[in-house]
Design a binder for this molecule. Structure first.
Ligand code: GDP
Ligand code: MN
Length: 397
């Protein structure tokens, strides 16, 4: 689950990671109040107004702006809230901004060169270890750094049995070219950051930039945090951070009925049980000359109600020209699934306007095929994987 920058900073801060302080605001008036409060707390006169959307590159899209007085706070917050922010990480339409973070300006005026670093914590799936990836080249696209100056990106791998060792934090501070007070601050920052990562059950932290101020403070100016959905049950407070306005509406609906659905760009809807089979089915569709319109794992109980819910989700996508149902009847018998498909189809009246190809394999597959073939509906049955692919090819032609 992705969360907003301000929420990510709340989590970091709760583990003792120094962050650029800020207060979230829903409209221009709240932004002014937030700015006044921040001035009381921090003494800052200047503020940065930052769009809160689930996408990076906001600065480039005009979603991060400096305000030098309260009037500018009001003007800029008014501009940003409600705008469709287009960044290199959003679609061409952009993302609607519902709220801004009013943050203290931490790039002190007169600061000759505030230093910006890049730092992320993530799981290296190849080694099965967490790692801290960091670079002296902060504040810019890490992809560009990786392409043009890969030697400026460092990795520190962490043994899961012992956790991050202080010497590793010192190595990071050293490689970033720090000394004196800033060196100490950085080791503290890195240790706290790693603790926050593991204790919050996150799957990604990306802090870009990490800032060194002219008085040698190290702080997180940005925070992209991805929480592990499977661990949210033990972080009720984090679960509440979910902002469904930022998510694909069909995916939100699918989640509410317990279906695993991921929206894709293609023209063939898929309904499959099991994530592995769903992946294989998507490959099959590609081979047949189609493009999967979605990933959908209906799980173990493919009864009429579930099949109907799945149909409704798939059909919300107007690009869908055919639906391929590929179910392995192991625990659930194929004839029950087939009956579910027929019942769901009939229940939906004439809502289904695209051809459906059904491949059922496993227990009672023969009875299932008969049920489908005798239903009188626009449903094509297939027995073999390839046969199903050929039928998809046929109906798309
Ligand atoms: P992103 O563009 O979505 O990654 O948003 P960031 O939070 O990283 O902000 C973008 C850029 O705004 C940063 O790289 C900084 O250069 C700049 N910025 C952030 N905070 C401040 C601030 O307090 N003062 C000034 N002057 N610039 C800031
Ligand atoms: Mn950033």
């Amino acid at each position: 689950m992705n969360i907003h920058e301000y929420q990510g900073k709340e989590i970091l801060s709760s583990f003792g990671v120094r962050v650029q302080r800020g207060i979230v605001a829903q409209d221009a008036k709240e932004a002014v109040d937030a700015a006044k409060k921040l001035t009381e707390q921090t003494g800052t006169g200047w503020h940065v107004i930052k769009a809160q959307v689930h996408a990076g590159g906001r600065g480039k899209g005009g979603g991060v702006k400096l305000a030098k007085n309260l009037q500018e706070v009001e003007e800029i917050a008014g501009q940003i809230i409600g705008m469709n922010l287009v960044t290199p990480q959003t679609s061409a339409e952009g993302k609607k901004v519902h709220q801004v973070l009013v943050a203290e300006d931490v790039y002190y005026p007169g600061d000759s060169e505030p230093e910006e670093y890049y730092m992320s914590v993530l799981l290296n799936r190849a080694t099965g270890k967490n790692m801290i990836m960091y670079s002296t080249e902060g504040g810019m696209d890490i992809e560009t750094v990786a392409e043009q100056t890969p030697h400026l990106i460092f990795n520190e791998e962490i043994d899961p049995a012992v956790g991050l060792m202080p010497f590793q934090a010192r190595r990071i501070a050293f490689n970033l070219g720090l000394s004196g007070a800033a060196f100490k601050e950085m080791t503290k920052f890195v240790m706290a950051l790693y603790e926050a990562y593991t204790k919050s059950d996150s799957s990604l932290f990306e802090i870009n930039p990490v800032l060194k101020t002219s008085d040698d403070k190290i702080m997180a100016v940005d925070a992209k945090v991805t929480l592990d959905d499977n661990a949210l049950f033990r972080h009720k407070d984090y679960a509440e951070m979910r902002d469904t306005r930022e998510e694909n509406p069909v995916e939100v609906e699918a989640k509410a009925v317990g279906l695993n659905y991921v929206d894709l760009d293609g023209n063939v809807g898929c309904m499959v049980n099991g994530a592995g089979l769903a992946m294989a089915t998507m490959d099959l569709i590609k081979q047949a000359g189609g493009e999967p319109a979605n990933f959908l794992d209906v799980g173990g109980t493919a009864d009429a109600k579930r099949v109907e819910e799945a149909f409704r989700l798939i059909l919300k996508d107007e690009k869908v020209k055919a639906i391929l149902i590929n179910i392995f009847g192991g625990i659930v018998r194929c004839d029950r699934v087939a009956q579910g498909i027929v019942d769901a189809y009939k229940n939906m009246g004439d809502a289904i306007k695209v051809p459906i190809i059904v491949r059922l394999q496993g227990t009672n597959a023969d009875i299932a095929k008969e049920l489908i073939d005798n239903s009188g509906l626009d449903v094509h049955s297939a027995v073999e994987f390839q046969e199903a692919a050929d039928k998809v090819h046929e109906v798309l032609a």
